[in-house]
Ligand binder design. Structure first.
Ligand SMILES: Cc1cc2nc3c(=O)[nH]c(=O)nc-3n(C[C@H](O)[C@H](O)[C@H](O)COP(=O)(O)OP(=O)(O)OC[C@H]3O[C@@H](n4cnc5c(N)ncnc54)[C@H](O)[C@@H]3O)c2cc1C
Length: 362
Protein backbone atom coordinates (compact mmCIF):
# COMPACT_ATOMS: atom_id res chain seq x y z
CA UNK A 1 0.00 0.00 0.00
CA UNK A 2 1.20 3.54 -0.76
CA UNK A 3 2.13 5.60 2.27
CA UNK A 4 -0.82 7.30 3.95
CA UNK A 5 0.30 10.73 2.73
CA UNK A 6 0.44 9.49 -0.89
CA UNK A 7 -2.94 7.75 -0.94
CA UNK A 8 -5.52 9.43 -3.16
CA UNK A 9 -8.91 8.93 -1.48
CA UNK A 10 -12.18 10.25 -2.91
CA UNK A 11 -15.45 10.18 -0.98
CA UNK A 12 -18.53 10.60 -3.16
CA UNK A 13 -21.29 12.24 -1.10
CA UNK A 14 -21.06 14.71 1.77
CA UNK A 15 -23.91 13.39 3.96
CA UNK A 16 -23.49 12.03 7.47
CA UNK A 17 -21.68 8.88 6.25
CA UNK A 18 -19.27 10.64 3.86
CA UNK A 19 -18.42 13.49 6.23
CA UNK A 20 -17.86 11.10 9.17
CA UNK A 21 -15.56 8.98 6.99
CA UNK A 22 -13.40 11.99 6.06
CA UNK A 23 -12.98 12.79 9.77
CA UNK A 24 -12.17 9.16 10.65
CA UNK A 25 -9.55 8.91 7.88
CA UNK A 26 -8.02 12.25 8.81
CA UNK A 27 -7.48 10.84 12.30
CA UNK A 28 -5.47 8.02 10.64
CA UNK A 29 -3.33 10.57 8.78
CA UNK A 30 -5.19 9.99 5.49
CA UNK A 31 -6.54 12.99 3.57
CA UNK A 32 -9.82 12.29 1.79
CA UNK A 33 -11.49 14.64 -0.67
CA UNK A 34 -15.30 14.84 -0.53
CA UNK A 35 -17.20 15.34 -3.79
CA UNK A 36 -20.81 16.42 -3.19
CA UNK A 37 -23.38 17.03 -5.89
CA UNK A 38 -25.22 19.81 -4.01
CA UNK A 39 -23.98 23.42 -4.04
CA UNK A 40 -24.22 23.47 -0.22
CA UNK A 41 -24.17 20.71 2.38
CA UNK A 42 -27.42 21.09 4.25
CA UNK A 43 -29.23 18.71 6.58
CA UNK A 44 -32.98 18.65 7.06
CA UNK A 45 -34.33 19.89 10.38
CA UNK A 46 -34.59 16.76 12.47
CA UNK A 47 -33.06 15.09 15.48
CA UNK A 48 -31.04 11.89 15.61
CA UNK A 49 -30.01 9.63 18.46
CA UNK A 50 -26.31 8.78 18.89
CA UNK A 51 -25.55 5.60 20.82
CA UNK A 52 -22.39 4.59 22.73
CA UNK A 53 -20.87 2.55 19.84
CA UNK A 54 -20.97 5.74 17.74
CA UNK A 55 -19.81 7.93 20.59
CA UNK A 56 -16.82 5.58 21.05
CA UNK A 57 -15.60 6.70 17.62
CA UNK A 58 -16.21 10.38 18.42
CA UNK A 59 -13.91 10.00 21.42
CA UNK A 60 -11.21 8.45 19.19
CA UNK A 61 -11.61 11.22 16.63
CA UNK A 62 -11.27 13.94 19.27
CA UNK A 63 -14.72 15.45 18.64
CA UNK A 64 -16.69 14.08 21.58
CA UNK A 65 -16.48 17.26 23.67
CA UNK A 66 -17.87 19.33 20.82
CA UNK A 67 -20.68 16.80 20.25
CA UNK A 68 -21.43 16.72 23.98
CA UNK A 69 -21.95 20.50 24.00
CA UNK A 70 -24.41 20.27 21.10
CA UNK A 71 -26.47 17.31 22.35
CA UNK A 72 -28.49 16.03 25.34
CA UNK A 73 -28.15 12.71 27.14
CA UNK A 74 -31.29 10.58 26.96
CA UNK A 75 -31.80 7.60 29.29
CA UNK A 76 -35.21 6.33 28.22
CA UNK A 77 -37.38 5.66 25.22
CA UNK A 78 -41.13 5.18 25.44
CA UNK A 79 -43.80 3.75 23.18
CA UNK A 80 -46.99 5.66 23.99
CA UNK A 81 -50.59 5.04 22.88
CA UNK A 82 -52.23 7.91 21.01
CA UNK A 83 -54.23 8.86 24.15
CA UNK A 84 -51.04 9.30 26.16
CA UNK A 85 -50.95 5.91 27.97
CA UNK A 86 -47.34 4.72 28.22
CA UNK A 87 -47.16 1.20 26.73
CA UNK A 88 -43.41 0.57 27.02
CA UNK A 89 -40.78 2.56 28.91
CA UNK A 90 -37.23 1.27 28.57
CA UNK A 91 -33.67 2.32 29.16
CA UNK A 92 -31.61 2.54 25.96
CA UNK A 93 -29.97 -0.88 25.54
CA UNK A 94 -26.36 -1.54 26.44
CA UNK A 95 -24.52 -1.81 23.11
CA UNK A 96 -20.93 -1.52 24.33
CA UNK A 97 -18.91 -3.18 27.09
CA UNK A 98 -19.18 -0.07 29.26
CA UNK A 99 -21.92 -0.88 31.81
CA UNK A 100 -22.66 2.86 32.07
CA UNK A 101 -23.57 2.94 28.39
CA UNK A 102 -27.36 2.64 28.58
CA UNK A 103 -28.12 5.97 26.99
CA UNK A 104 -28.14 7.92 23.74
CA UNK A 105 -27.21 11.52 22.94
CA UNK A 106 -29.86 13.45 21.04
CA UNK A 107 -28.59 15.94 18.47
CA UNK A 108 -29.88 18.04 15.57
CA UNK A 109 -28.64 16.62 12.26
CA UNK A 110 -27.27 20.00 11.17
CA UNK A 111 -25.14 20.27 14.35
CA UNK A 112 -23.79 16.78 13.76
CA UNK A 113 -22.70 17.39 10.19
CA UNK A 114 -21.36 20.85 11.01
CA UNK A 115 -19.12 19.26 13.66
CA UNK A 116 -17.73 16.84 11.08
CA UNK A 117 -17.17 19.48 8.43
CA UNK A 118 -15.46 21.83 10.92
CA UNK A 119 -12.70 19.23 11.34
CA UNK A 120 -11.82 19.13 7.64
CA UNK A 121 -9.68 21.42 5.49
CA UNK A 122 -12.04 23.55 3.41
CA UNK A 123 -10.12 22.74 0.21
CA UNK A 124 -10.97 19.04 0.68
CA UNK A 125 -14.72 19.64 0.17
CA UNK A 126 -15.76 19.96 -3.46
CA UNK A 127 -19.36 21.09 -3.91
CA UNK A 128 -21.40 20.99 -7.12
CA UNK A 129 -19.55 17.79 -8.14
CA UNK A 130 -22.09 15.22 -9.24
CA UNK A 131 -20.51 11.89 -10.15
CA UNK A 132 -21.54 10.92 -13.66
CA UNK A 133 -19.43 7.82 -14.30
CA UNK A 134 -16.89 5.64 -12.53
CA UNK A 135 -14.46 3.16 -14.10
CA UNK A 136 -12.86 0.58 -11.86
CA UNK A 137 -9.32 -0.10 -13.14
CA UNK A 138 -8.45 -2.68 -10.48
CA UNK A 139 -5.84 -0.75 -8.51
CA UNK A 140 -7.45 2.67 -8.97
CA UNK A 141 -10.69 4.18 -10.22
CA UNK A 142 -11.43 7.01 -12.63
CA UNK A 143 -14.32 9.33 -11.98
CA UNK A 144 -15.98 11.84 -14.25
CA UNK A 145 -18.23 14.53 -12.78
CA UNK A 146 -21.11 16.19 -14.60
CA UNK A 147 -19.29 19.53 -14.42
CA UNK A 148 -16.53 18.09 -16.67
CA UNK A 149 -13.94 17.64 -13.88
CA UNK A 150 -12.29 14.19 -13.70
CA UNK A 151 -10.15 12.53 -11.04
CA UNK A 152 -8.30 9.29 -10.32
CA UNK A 153 -8.23 7.77 -6.84
CA UNK A 154 -6.56 4.77 -5.18
CA UNK A 155 -9.66 4.37 -3.01
CA UNK A 156 -13.18 5.56 -3.78
CA UNK A 157 -15.79 5.55 -1.01
CA UNK A 158 -19.33 5.59 -2.39
CA UNK A 159 -21.28 7.44 0.31
CA UNK A 160 -23.81 8.65 -2.22
CA UNK A 161 -26.97 7.60 -0.38
CA UNK A 162 -29.87 5.27 -0.99
CA UNK A 163 -30.03 6.04 -4.73
CA UNK A 164 -26.27 5.46 -5.10
CA UNK A 165 -24.93 5.79 -8.64
CA UNK A 166 -21.82 3.86 -7.63
CA UNK A 167 -23.90 0.94 -6.34
CA UNK A 168 -25.89 0.71 -9.54
CA UNK A 169 -22.87 1.08 -11.82
CA UNK A 170 -20.51 -1.34 -10.03
CA UNK A 171 -22.24 -3.56 -7.50
CA UNK A 172 -25.96 -4.20 -7.68
CA UNK A 173 -29.04 -3.32 -9.65
CA UNK A 174 -31.17 -3.44 -6.50
CA UNK A 175 -33.73 -0.65 -6.41
CA UNK A 176 -35.00 1.33 -3.42
CA UNK A 177 -38.19 -0.20 -2.01
CA UNK A 178 -41.04 2.10 -1.01
CA UNK A 179 -42.26 1.42 2.55
CA UNK A 180 -45.73 2.82 1.85
CA UNK A 181 -45.11 5.64 4.33
CA UNK A 182 -44.18 9.32 4.35
CA UNK A 183 -42.26 11.13 7.10
CA UNK A 184 -43.26 14.73 7.78
CA UNK A 185 -40.67 16.41 9.96
CA UNK A 186 -40.35 19.72 11.75
CA UNK A 187 -38.43 21.38 14.57
CA UNK A 188 -40.69 22.92 17.19
CA UNK A 189 -39.77 25.37 19.97
CA UNK A 190 -40.01 23.89 23.48
CA UNK A 191 -42.69 26.34 24.51
CA UNK A 192 -44.84 25.26 21.57
CA UNK A 193 -44.55 21.59 22.60
CA UNK A 194 -47.01 22.05 25.49
CA UNK A 195 -44.78 20.37 28.05
CA UNK A 196 -45.34 17.06 26.30
CA UNK A 197 -41.68 16.10 26.86
CA UNK A 198 -40.11 17.86 29.81
CA UNK A 199 -37.18 15.46 30.18
CA UNK A 200 -34.91 13.84 27.56
CA UNK A 201 -37.07 10.77 26.91
CA UNK A 202 -37.47 9.94 23.21
CA UNK A 203 -41.16 9.12 22.67
CA UNK A 204 -43.02 7.43 19.87
CA UNK A 205 -46.80 7.80 19.93
CA UNK A 206 -48.66 5.12 17.97
CA UNK A 207 -52.11 4.71 16.48
CA UNK A 208 -52.58 1.87 13.97
CA UNK A 209 -50.13 2.54 11.13
CA UNK A 210 -49.36 6.09 12.33
CA UNK A 211 -46.28 6.94 14.41
CA UNK A 212 -45.30 10.29 15.87
CA UNK A 213 -41.71 10.55 17.05
CA UNK A 214 -40.89 13.30 19.54
CA UNK A 215 -37.17 13.64 20.12
CA UNK A 216 -36.26 16.33 22.65
CA UNK A 217 -33.46 18.75 21.79
CA UNK A 218 -33.77 20.77 25.01
CA UNK A 219 -30.18 22.09 24.72
CA UNK A 220 -31.59 24.07 21.76
CA UNK A 221 -34.93 24.74 23.51
CA UNK A 222 -36.51 22.65 20.78
CA UNK A 223 -38.04 19.26 20.03
CA UNK A 224 -37.87 17.30 16.80
CA UNK A 225 -41.38 16.33 15.66
CA UNK A 226 -41.79 13.58 13.07
CA UNK A 227 -45.14 12.26 11.84
CA UNK A 228 -45.06 8.97 9.89
CA UNK A 229 -48.21 8.26 7.88
CA UNK A 230 -49.17 5.67 5.31
CA UNK A 231 -49.49 6.96 1.76
CA UNK A 232 -49.83 5.49 -1.72
CA UNK A 233 -47.77 8.36 -3.21
CA UNK A 234 -44.19 7.11 -3.71
CA UNK A 235 -42.69 10.44 -4.91
CA UNK A 236 -39.37 11.05 -3.15
CA UNK A 237 -40.37 14.53 -2.03
CA UNK A 238 -44.16 14.45 -1.91
CA UNK A 239 -46.06 17.70 -1.72
CA UNK A 240 -48.54 17.39 1.13
CA UNK A 241 -50.59 20.13 2.76
CA UNK A 242 -50.65 20.54 6.54
CA UNK A 243 -54.40 19.92 6.72
CA UNK A 244 -53.87 16.52 5.07
CA UNK A 245 -51.39 15.60 7.79
CA UNK A 246 -53.40 16.93 10.73
CA UNK A 247 -56.64 15.21 9.69
CA UNK A 248 -55.08 11.79 10.41
CA UNK A 249 -54.22 12.70 14.00
CA UNK A 250 -57.73 12.99 15.45
CA UNK A 251 -57.20 10.08 17.88
CA UNK A 252 -54.05 11.59 19.36
CA UNK A 253 -53.68 13.57 22.58
CA UNK A 254 -54.89 17.13 21.88
CA UNK A 255 -51.42 18.51 22.65
CA UNK A 256 -50.03 16.50 19.73
CA UNK A 257 -52.78 17.73 17.45
CA UNK A 258 -51.99 21.31 18.46
CA UNK A 259 -48.27 20.86 17.82
CA UNK A 260 -49.06 19.43 14.39
CA UNK A 261 -51.37 22.33 13.57
CA UNK A 262 -48.88 24.97 14.71
CA UNK A 263 -45.97 23.70 12.61
CA UNK A 264 -45.25 26.30 9.94
CA UNK A 265 -43.56 24.03 7.42
CA UNK A 266 -43.00 20.29 7.24
CA UNK A 267 -40.15 18.58 5.40
CA UNK A 268 -41.91 15.76 3.52
CA UNK A 269 -40.08 12.60 2.42
CA UNK A 270 -41.20 9.17 1.27
CA UNK A 271 -39.52 6.42 3.24
CA UNK A 272 -37.54 3.84 1.28
CA UNK A 273 -34.96 1.20 2.07
CA UNK A 274 -33.08 -1.45 0.05
CA UNK A 275 -32.75 -5.20 0.41
CA UNK A 276 -29.37 -6.40 1.64
CA UNK A 277 -26.86 -6.62 -1.21
CA UNK A 278 -24.19 -9.31 -1.64
CA UNK A 279 -21.05 -7.26 -2.11
CA UNK A 280 -20.11 -3.69 -1.28
CA UNK A 281 -16.59 -3.49 -2.58
CA UNK A 282 -14.03 -4.21 -5.29
CA UNK A 283 -10.27 -3.83 -4.77
CA UNK A 284 -10.40 -0.03 -4.81
CA UNK A 285 -14.05 1.04 -4.43
CA UNK A 286 -16.40 0.51 -1.50
CA UNK A 287 -19.92 1.55 -0.66
CA UNK A 288 -20.68 2.96 2.79
CA UNK A 289 -23.74 4.18 4.72
CA UNK A 290 -27.11 4.24 2.98
CA UNK A 291 -25.48 3.44 -0.37
CA UNK A 292 -24.52 0.04 1.07
CA UNK A 293 -27.43 -0.71 3.40
CA UNK A 294 -30.21 1.91 3.50
CA UNK A 295 -32.72 1.01 6.22
CA UNK A 296 -36.07 2.36 7.20
CA UNK A 297 -35.98 5.56 9.16
CA UNK A 298 -34.58 6.05 12.62
CA UNK A 299 -31.72 3.67 11.91
CA UNK A 300 -28.53 4.60 10.10
CA UNK A 301 -25.12 2.97 10.85
CA UNK A 302 -23.06 5.21 8.53
CA UNK A 303 -20.91 6.66 11.34
CA UNK A 304 -19.97 3.22 12.61
CA UNK A 305 -19.10 2.24 9.03
CA UNK A 306 -16.74 5.23 8.95
CA UNK A 307 -15.01 4.18 12.16
CA UNK A 308 -14.61 0.53 11.13
CA UNK A 309 -13.33 1.42 7.64
CA UNK A 310 -10.66 3.69 9.17
CA UNK A 311 -9.62 0.93 11.59
CA UNK A 312 -9.44 -1.61 8.73
CA UNK A 313 -7.19 0.71 6.71
CA UNK A 314 -4.93 1.14 9.74
CA UNK A 315 -4.58 -2.62 10.27
CA UNK A 316 -4.34 -3.90 6.68
CA UNK A 317 -1.32 -4.19 4.37
CA UNK A 318 -3.32 -3.29 1.28
CA UNK A 319 -6.52 -1.51 0.28
CA UNK A 320 -8.19 -4.72 -1.02
CA UNK A 321 -7.50 -6.41 2.33
CA UNK A 322 -8.89 -3.41 4.24
CA UNK A 323 -12.07 -3.37 2.14
CA UNK A 324 -12.61 -7.10 2.70
CA UNK A 325 -12.19 -6.64 6.45
CA UNK A 326 -14.56 -3.66 6.40
CA UNK A 327 -17.36 -5.59 4.75
CA UNK A 328 -16.76 -8.71 6.86
CA UNK A 329 -17.04 -6.71 10.10
CA UNK A 330 -19.96 -4.50 9.15
CA UNK A 331 -22.28 -6.51 6.90
CA UNK A 332 -23.58 -9.00 9.50
CA UNK A 333 -24.49 -6.05 11.72
CA UNK A 334 -26.09 -3.88 9.04
CA UNK A 335 -27.97 -6.88 7.55
CA UNK A 336 -29.64 -7.40 10.93
CA UNK A 337 -30.42 -3.69 11.39
CA UNK A 338 -31.92 -3.58 7.88
CA UNK A 339 -34.20 -6.47 8.79
CA UNK A 340 -35.17 -5.05 12.20
CA UNK A 341 -35.84 -1.55 10.87
CA UNK A 342 -38.82 -2.96 8.98
CA UNK A 343 -40.57 -3.58 12.33
CA UNK A 344 -42.45 -0.35 12.98
CA UNK A 345 -43.40 0.44 16.59
CA UNK A 346 -47.06 -0.27 17.29
CA UNK A 347 -49.54 -0.78 20.09
CA UNK A 348 -48.41 -4.45 20.19
CA UNK A 349 -44.71 -3.60 20.60
CA UNK A 350 -43.18 -5.36 23.60
CA UNK A 351 -39.95 -3.37 23.35
CA UNK A 352 -38.92 0.04 22.10
CA UNK A 353 -35.66 -1.54 20.89
CA UNK A 354 -36.07 -4.58 18.60
CA UNK A 355 -32.24 -4.69 18.31
CA UNK A 356 -31.92 -5.48 22.04
CA UNK A 357 -32.23 -9.24 21.64
CA UNK A 358 -29.47 -9.27 19.00
CA UNK A 359 -26.91 -6.69 20.06
CA UNK A 360 -27.35 -5.98 23.77
CA UNK A 361 -24.27 -6.83 25.81
CA UNK A 362 -24.85 -8.99 28.88
C1 LIG B 1 -37.18 10.46 8.57
C2 LIG B 1 -35.82 9.89 8.83
C3 LIG B 1 -35.33 9.84 10.14
C4 LIG B 1 -34.09 9.27 10.41
N1 LIG B 1 -33.64 9.21 11.69
C5 LIG B 1 -32.44 8.63 11.95
C6 LIG B 1 -31.93 8.53 13.29
O1 LIG B 1 -32.56 8.97 14.25
N2 LIG B 1 -30.73 7.91 13.48
C7 LIG B 1 -30.00 7.41 12.43
O2 LIG B 1 -28.91 6.87 12.63
N3 LIG B 1 -30.46 7.49 11.17
C8 LIG B 1 -31.66 8.08 10.91
N4 LIG B 1 -32.11 8.13 9.64
C9 LIG B 1 -31.29 7.53 8.57
C10 LIG B 1 -30.17 8.48 8.23
O3 LIG B 1 -30.73 9.72 7.85
C11 LIG B 1 -29.36 7.93 7.08
O4 LIG B 1 -28.89 6.66 7.42
C12 LIG B 1 -28.16 8.83 6.80
O5 LIG B 1 -28.55 10.15 6.52
C13 LIG B 1 -27.42 8.27 5.60
O6 LIG B 1 -26.25 9.02 5.41
P1 LIG B 1 -25.40 8.79 4.10
O7 LIG B 1 -24.28 9.77 4.20
O8 LIG B 1 -25.10 7.36 3.90
O9 LIG B 1 -26.41 9.18 2.92
P2 LIG B 1 -27.10 10.58 2.61
O10 LIG B 1 -27.35 11.35 3.85
O11 LIG B 1 -28.25 10.28 1.72
O12 LIG B 1 -26.00 11.38 1.82
C14 LIG B 1 -25.67 11.06 0.49
C15 LIG B 1 -25.01 12.29 -0.11
O13 LIG B 1 -24.51 11.95 -1.40
C16 LIG B 1 -24.84 12.98 -2.31
N5 LIG B 1 -24.88 12.37 -3.65
C17 LIG B 1 -25.81 11.51 -4.12
N6 LIG B 1 -25.52 11.15 -5.40
C18 LIG B 1 -24.36 11.81 -5.71
C19 LIG B 1 -23.55 11.86 -6.90
N7 LIG B 1 -23.88 11.14 -8.01
N8 LIG B 1 -22.44 12.63 -6.88
C20 LIG B 1 -22.10 13.35 -5.78
N9 LIG B 1 -22.84 13.36 -4.64
C21 LIG B 1 -23.95 12.58 -4.60
C22 LIG B 1 -26.19 13.51 -1.82
O14 LIG B 1 -26.45 14.81 -2.27
C23 LIG B 1 -26.00 13.44 -0.30
O15 LIG B 1 -25.45 14.62 0.23
C24 LIG B 1 -33.31 8.74 9.34
C25 LIG B 1 -33.78 8.84 8.02
C26 LIG B 1 -35.02 9.39 7.77
C27 LIG B 1 -35.52 9.46 6.34
Amino acid sequence: MKSKSELRVAIIGGGIGGAATAVALQREGIRADIYEQAPVIKEVGAGVGLRPPTVHFFKNWGIYEEIEKKSSKSDFMQVVACNGDVLVSERWPLLTDNPEGKWARLIHRADLIETFLNQLPSDSIHLSHRLESITDQGDHAEILFENGHSIEADLVIGADGIRSTIRSKLFSDTKPIYSGTHAYRAIVNDKEAFELVLDHTFKVFVDGGIQIYILPLHHRNQVSFDVTLQSKDPSWRPIVEKKDIVKHLKNFDTKIQKIAENVEEYTCRSIYDIDSIERWHSNCVTLLGDAAHAMLHHTGQGIQDAGVLAEALREADSIPEALQTFQARRKPVTDKYQELSRQEPSIESETAFPEKGHFEKA
